[in-house]
Write a protein that binds this ligand. Sequence first.
Ligand code: G3H
Ligand code: 13P
Ligand code: ZN
Length: 284
Amino acid sequence: MPFVPVDVLLKQAEEGQYAVGAFNCNNMEIVQAIVAAAEAERAPVIMQASQGAIKYAGLDFIVAMARQAAEKASVPVALHLDHGTSFAQVMQCIRAGFSSVMIDGSKLPLEENIALTRQVLAVARAVGVSVEAELGKIGGTEDDISVADWEAMLTDPEEARYFVEQTGVDSLAIAIGTAHGRYKGEPRLDFDRLAKVRSLVKIPIVLHGSSGVPDEAIRQAISLGVRKVNIDTNIREAFVAAARRVIDAHPDEIDPRKILGPAREAATAIIREKIRLFGSSGKA
Ligand code: G3H
Ligand code: 13P
Ligand code: ZN
């Protein structure tokens, strides 16, 4: 079936009190793994393309692979731009067929973030594409920052209320202590902050940097209103570890299919696990 807008999936998730998995796709094997996992779990799913993925595979290839996978799929699949950098990039993605975009104005001053998000919404609404925005700064795990600086990066609940009121955006990514990439220790999530945001903001909340967050914390975040959970790093780890196992066991292997096939299977397995954790299994 054609790509489904993310806001449709998140509305259903809100009704059912679960979260939809948003998995980053970088190559054909991962696109196939995401859809295979969603079909095996009878779950709605979001495939998302990051800046790195677009640079690596090219926008046209990502859309072509994702479309092929979605059209054959018997479950709803969305194609979403992850951390969109500019109005121009959002337009390119909408034109290429994405059903959802993120415009990440989190590095901008509040009013500029609002203005950029509104500009994107004005166009996206007209063509039925959903929009995710970000407020607060979701860092990388490599950032060596003090506790005071860390707290300053987190989303201010009152600002979130104002942002949503001013923009009317479909979903909001917030910073509550998660970070992209591999964590050095165990991540500490500010659930009080999430609960406060949730009490002031009635749209679905998005959790970025979710790889490496303990299952119990993910469950709690979902119980507090997170409806889209982004996973990239855990897929990379599973994919590369499986490929490495084949290479280590068979150093003379030169058939890429013998290496990437098991990597695709490992990616499918971890995505299925996440879908079950998020409660979206059986919801398609
Ligand atoms: O949001 C960040 C993604 O997890 C990875 O981004 O593909 O640009 O490295 P990248
Ligand atoms: P992880 O790589 O930490 O899972 O983060 C993914 C993400 O937030 C993509 O936007
Ligand atoms: Zn992210």
